[in-house]
Design a protein around this ligand. Structure first.
Ligand SMILES: NC(=O)c1ccc[n+]([C@@H]2O[C@H](COP(=O)([O-])OP(=O)(O)OC[C@H]3O[C@@H](n4cnc5c(N)ncnc54)[C@H](OP(=O)(O)O)[C@@H]3O)[C@@H](O)[C@H]2O)c1
Length: 226
């Protein structure tokens, strides 16, 4: 697969290297051509580096790490993104005291509005960069969830595959509107990581337990709440 990285920072570099290791053709895009090229050299394998414009034009799947910078602002030809998959890994900036405003529209939905012909998928926003350093081994021993939301089912499946290849368990979270919930999870995990000093290796995952052998509590009954 051809993967473009827009914004070669912590997330772009980490995920780009992991996908390059899996044999994908990765193009590291940056505002600074030399930084893009240097990261490609660091990644080795089939990686290339250059501008964000080149990364967007090159790839079938684009990781968008430039939070709140919209394609129409950053690219002179945003239409190169039409029909392509854009992975949005962004979380809002951490406000003073973790006093997050309610999410009434996700960053991913805003991105999708800017490029309505692209297929935006929310993913990779609920774990810290440090977790990627464990991928794919020994990460795959820990069953860490990557939550994936997007309106196009095929695009979701593609991103789930990219998550699984590097050692995560992908969880299909349905339509892009659900990115509001996932971004809330991204805010929550950062509270746990930073605010409560659990450290950057704390993660949020879905665990499915075995069915209880009996129902000594009476089992689930119809709610009488209106
Ligand atoms: N780091 C984490 O642990 C983590 C985990 C989950 C989600 N996230 C989310 O992922 C996103 C990226 O995080 P990150 O840690 O990778 O941040 P980062 O290291 O700061 O990288 C973001 C990159 O975006 C580009 N950028 C910044 N300002 C820009 C601008 N005005 N115009 C165009 N490009 C710009 C820069 O790339 P160039 O210098 O190459 O242009 C920068 O390196 C954030 O929304 C963050 O909340 C981060």
């Amino acid at each position: 697969m051809k993967i473009g990285i827009v914004g070669t920072g912590n997330m772009g570099r980490s995920l780009g290297i992991l996908w390059a290791e899996q044999g994908h053709e990765v193009f590291f895009g940056s505002r600074d051509v030399e930084k893009g090229k240097a990261t490609a050299e660091f990644a080795r394998r089939k990686a290339q580096g250059g501008t964000n414009e080149q990364a967007a034009a090159f790839a079938d799947v684009i990781l968008w790490t430039a939070r709140s910078i919209m394609p129409k602002q950053l690219l002179s030809h945003p239409e190169v993104l039409d029909s392509k998959i854009i992975i949005d890994c962004n979380n809002q900036d951490i406000p003073e005291g973790f006093a997050y405003p309610p999410i009434v529209e996700s960053l991913a939905e805003k991105l999708a509005q800017d490029v309505p012909q692209a297929r935006v998928v929310k993913a990779f926003n609920t774990m810290a960069q440090e977790v990627f350093e464990l991928a794919p081994e020994p990460l795959k021993n820990y069953g860490v969830s990557v939550f994936v939301a997007g309106d196009n089912e095929q695009a979701r499946k593609t991103v789930m595959g990219l998550a699984q290849e590097i050692g995560f368990l992908a969880v299909d979270c349905g339509v892009l509107r659900n990115a509001r919930l996932l971004e809330g999870l991204g805010d929550f995990i950062r509270l746990i990581i930073s605010g409560q000093k659990q450290g950057a290796y704390a993660t949020i995952s879905i665990n499915v337990l075995p069915t209880a052998s009996g129902q000594r509590l009476g089992g689930r009954q119809t709610s009488s709440l209106n």
